[in-house]
Write a protein that binds this ligand. Structure first.
Ligand SMILES: NC(=O)c1ccc[n+]([C@@H]2O[C@H](COP(=O)([O-])OP(=O)(O)OC[C@H]3O[C@@H](n4cnc5c(N)ncnc54)[C@H](O)[C@@H]3O)[C@@H](O)[C@H]2O)c1
Length: 122
């Protein structure tokens, strides 16, 4: 219970590695906010209805990130830890660098670069 009393926001926390982070933080006594563009509410309820809170969030959208931070503080009163985990990665199709469509560049940069920065600065 090394993290009792702390609150962790985990982006991309509805699935995959982010969900595993959530489980581990809970096991260590933290309260967790799962912030994911894929609905994280069910995952949070299944993990721990009292200590896990799912907030649908698009990390590439400033208004969405701000709304999530406000919701997290309203629910748990504080944020101590940020796990900037959300990314477009596992779903990308391997392909030659010069054949990557422009829309994919834009999505990857918006989520992986801008999204990471928005979480750090909000
Ligand atoms: N899987 C691997 O082998 C591997 C290797 C190295 C690093 N990573 C990193 O670990 C992290 C998690 O990887 P994963 O394999 O669990 O990926 P995943 O695709 O299984 O999960 C990523 C999560 O991020 C969410 N997400 C995507 N776009 C989002 C957005 N705009 N806003 C909020 N949430 C969004 C998805 O809905 C999903 O739940 C990523 O940062 C990835 O780059 C993964």
């Amino acid at each position: 219970m090394r993290l009792a009393g702390t609150v962790a926001v985990i982006t991309g926390g509805a699935a995959g590695i982010g969900l595993a982070y959530g489980r581990r933080f809970l096991a260590e006594g933290a309260r967790v906010v799962l912030a994911d563009v894929a609905d994280p509410v069910a995952a949070a309820l299944e993990l721990a209805p009292e200590r896990a809170y799912g907030v649908r969030t698009d990390v590439s959208d400033m208004a969405s990130v701000r709304a999530m931070v406000h919701a997290a503080v309203a629910r748990f009163g504080r944020i101590d830890v940020l796990v900037n985990n959300a990314a477009v990665f596992a779903t990308l199709k391997p392909q030659p660098f010069d054949e990557i469509p422009e829309a994919e560049w834009d999505r990857v940069m918006a989520v992986n670069v801008k999204g990471t920065a928005l979480l750090l600065t909000t």
